[in-house]
Design a protein around this ligand. Structure first.
Ligand SMILES: Cc1nn(C)cc1-c1nc2c(-c3cnn(Cc4ccccc4)c3)c(Cl)cnc2[nH]1
Length: 278
């Protein structure tokens, strides 16, 4: 009965619950171990009355169906779910390395090899999601985790769950949203390309490109494409070229996911295995 494939009806008695990993509006995420196989998972507990109160069961169902159908090395697995009278439990892949966000905050900014490796992994994961008609995975450092080998995992289910680490008020930030999102226009796949540009900038400089004191100022900077590159850290011209070709207002003119993977900066710097040796 491997957790990966079983059609077994799970229940809370199948798991030993460990320390909380993250918490948020809809519930918490706990480290857990399936009692028979000793398989380690992350168990996300969502309270039904919260879902009913905010009338979110359709979104939750859609997110769960999407997440269960996705199989990609850079997308966190949802193995299955079960519920009791008041809670819904999601059985998730456990990412041993924790939040990419913490690594970024600890290091200040990433090396070009590390940044290129993460951008290549994200691009491959998004190309896979787009092939399955899944867009806007809400990619921001908040939703990125690392496995035991340092491989990136997109961990979002559309729920803004705040993890345990002291967190800047990232929820509700505009920093990662493309102009058409910020203007609440119909958005298409290309929003994810924009967000890759924002993330690439943040990985290399340690802060997102349009950060400002207020959300209004961030909004203005995004709409103006008010992009500038600090003189330190010293970042290569190829990296700046990739960022500039993604942070384009006209979504049809942004570099495509496949073109990103062929970009000289990615070809030269990204580790093919998605794991950047230290
Ligand atoms: C935190 C943390 N520290 N270490 C050492 C491991 C983890 C860890 N957390 C998870 C978690 C986990 C917990 N909370 N959340 C919400 C979240 C989502 C995206 C980014 C941040 C938080 C996810 C998961 Cl699902 C799956 N695997 C996880 N692994």
């Amino acid at each position: 009965q491997s957790i990966e494939t079983s059609k077994k009806k799970w229940s809370i008695s199948d798991f030993d619950i460990g320390k909380p990993l993250g918490k948020g509006k809809f519930g918490r995420v706990y480290l857990a171990r399936e009692t028979k196989s000793k398989y380690i998972v992350a168990l996300k507990v969502i309270f039904k009355e919260q879902i009913e109160k905010y009338r979110l069961h359709h979104q939750l169902r859609r997110e769960m169906e999407i997440q269960t159908s996705l199989r990609h090395p850079n997308v966190l697995r949802l193995y299955g779910w079960f519920h009791d009278a008041e809670r819904i439990f999601l059985i998730l892949e456990y990412a041993h390395g924790g939040e990419l966000y913490r690594q970024l905050r600890k290091l200040g900014h990433l090396s070009e090899r590390q940044a290129a490796t993460y951008i290549a992994s994200l691009t491959q994961a998004l190309a896979y999601c787009h092939e399955k008609d899944v867009i806007h995975r809400d990619i921001k450092p908040e939703n990125l985790l690392l496995d035991h080998e340092g491989r990136l995992k997109i961990a979002d289910f559309g729920w803004s769950v705040q993890s345990r680490s002291k967190r800047h008020t990232m929820c509700g930030t505009l920093d990662y949203l493309a102009p058409e999102m910020v203007e609440n226009k119909a958005h298409d796949y290309a929003v994810d390309n924009w967000t890759l540009g924002v993330l690439c900038y943040e990985f290399l400089y340690g802060a997102p490109p349009f950060e400002a004191e207020s959300q209004t100022d961030t909004f203005r900077r995004i709409m103006k494409i008010d992009l500038s590159f600090p003189s330190t850290p010293d970042v290569s011209a190829e990296a700046k070229n990739l960022i500039t070709r993604l942070l384009v207002k006209d979504s049809s003119k942004r570099l495509s996911l496949h073109k990103i993977l062929e970009h000289p900066w990615i070809v030269k710097n990204a580790d093919p295995m998605g794991i950047c040796p230290k």
